[in-house]
Design a protein around this ligand. Structure first.
Ligand code: AMP
Length: 379
């Protein structure tokens, strides 16, 4: 007698890929969601954008969009019904939102990744557990704790909020113990309005030569692809330029890529994660931060690679094989911050300059309005 039970062709941990035509739910309506939605469209997928910003950059490029707050459960339930998978373009998705969606629809990268990347202490403890080097750090709960930690770690040191920090916000430099009080008040003010008391982290100051990052993608069945390490230059704590590839020794680049792979694997990542690192003056690589989504320092991949970071995100969350991260050109990506975007006509007149504008109406100071990528032959 024949056994007509169907034999799954893939293990249960690796469900069938979503076919073109499927709908990717995107939490977040900023420029990262916009560029992912455009990458999805190229492959024949739809993107349903969920976010609170009327005229947000991502809402503008798709007709499947929900304008709602992240804690609006009625809107979230309808969203979960309307999409085949959920991903996100920022890591501060409220834990309750991820928990609400998880179980109704696959959330990729999984809520465990979000939970880890939302908190600098958890993140650093995780990195230590997989033997990825970071600067020395200590948990801080008040000004006295900051003084104690400063004695332990040495001066100077950087006091940061464990949650909700970005672009250097929620951070203060401690040069001496007497700075502890004002630094604590400063970072506490940054978390005012968030639930719970402020928890801080004091980090030993890193004497770095360069800041670099690696963007890595991991598929549902464990394929890992990494982009080359890139060099990031900041102005006013905001990324100004990314230089590709980073001007670092090959052995440092290999260590950085090795860390990126180890992190993606250990997180059981499905999607894209960016890993910000320091190359110290002594030649060490120390991981600073993880962002479980495409990253500003990966925008150059749109113009210089066979597969962009946004396409990798869509491929990964849809269960498709990843594309190649190989670059055909070297590149410099310059962010257009605030009024810099007013240079659009001049940039367009420059042959070869690849202009990307995010559709934001108001050029407020410090606001990322767009970027321009310039390519050069691969060195
Ligand atoms: P972050 O929010 O952790 O990415 O920090 C923002 C910027 O502050 C980094 O890009 C660095 O330039 C600087 N920074 C952060 N942490 C440290 C540290 N421990 N030592 C020296 N500089 C740091």
């Amino acid at each position: 007698m024949s056994d007509n039970r169907s034999v799954p062709s893939r293990p249960p941990s690796s469900p069938a890929p979503l076919a073109p035509g499927a709908v990717v739910g995107m939490l977040g309506d900023g420029q990262l969601g916009r560029m992912a939605a455009l990458a999805a469209a190229r492959l024949g997928y739809r993107c349903h954008v969920f976010g609170p910003t009327a005229d947000g950059p991502a809402h503008q490029v798709t007709n499947l969009s929900t304008l709602a707050d992240y804690n609006d459960e009625t809107a979230l339930a309808a969203f979960a019904e309307a999409v085949d998978v959920v991903t996100y373009e920022f890591e501060n998705v409220p834990a309750a939102t991820a928990a609400f969606l998880d179980g109704r629809v696959p959330v990729r990268p999984g809520p465990q990744v979000l939970n880890l990347c939302q908190n600098r202490l958890r993140e650093k403890d995780f990195l230590a557990s997989i033997e990825v080097a970071t600067t020395r750090y200590a948990e801080v709960r008040d000004a006295e704790g900051a003084r104690r930690a400063l004695r332990e770690l040495g001066r100077p040191a950087v006091l940061k909020t464990t949650e909700f920090g970005y672009d250097g916000k929620g951070q203060a430099l401690l040069r001496r113990e007497a700075d502890a009080e004002t630094a604590w008040v400063e970072i506490s003010a940054h978390t005012a309005g968030q639930a719970g008391e402020t928890v801080g982290i004091l980090e030993a100051f890193v004497d770095f030569r360069l800041e670099i990052s690696v963007v890595v993608a991991r598929s549902l069945d464990g394929q890992i692809e990494t982009y080359v390490p890139v060099e990031n230059q900041h102005r006013n704590h905001i990324l100004d330029q990314t230089i590709v590839p980073a001007r670092i020794p090959q052995d440092a680049a290999d260590r950085a890529e090795g860390y990126a792979r180890r992190i993606a694997e250990a997180l059981d990542l499905v999607g894209v994660i960016a890993i910000e690192m320091f190359l110290t003056t002594e030649g060490k690589i120390l991981v600073n931060e993880l962002a479980p989504r495409p990253h500003n320092s990966g925008h150059w991949t749109i113009d210089a690679c066979a597969t962009s970071q946004f396409e990798q995100q869509i491929r990964a969350v849809c269960g498709l094989p990843l594309g190649s991260c190989e670059r055909h050109s070297d590149a410099v990506m310059k962010n257009l911050i605030g009024e810099e975007a007013g240079r659009w006509a001049e940039i367009l007149a420059e042959p070869g300059a690849r202009l990307h504008l995010y559709g934001k109406a108001e050029a407020r100071p410090g606001r990322k309005m767009g970027h321009v990528t310039k390519l050069s032959p691969r060195g």
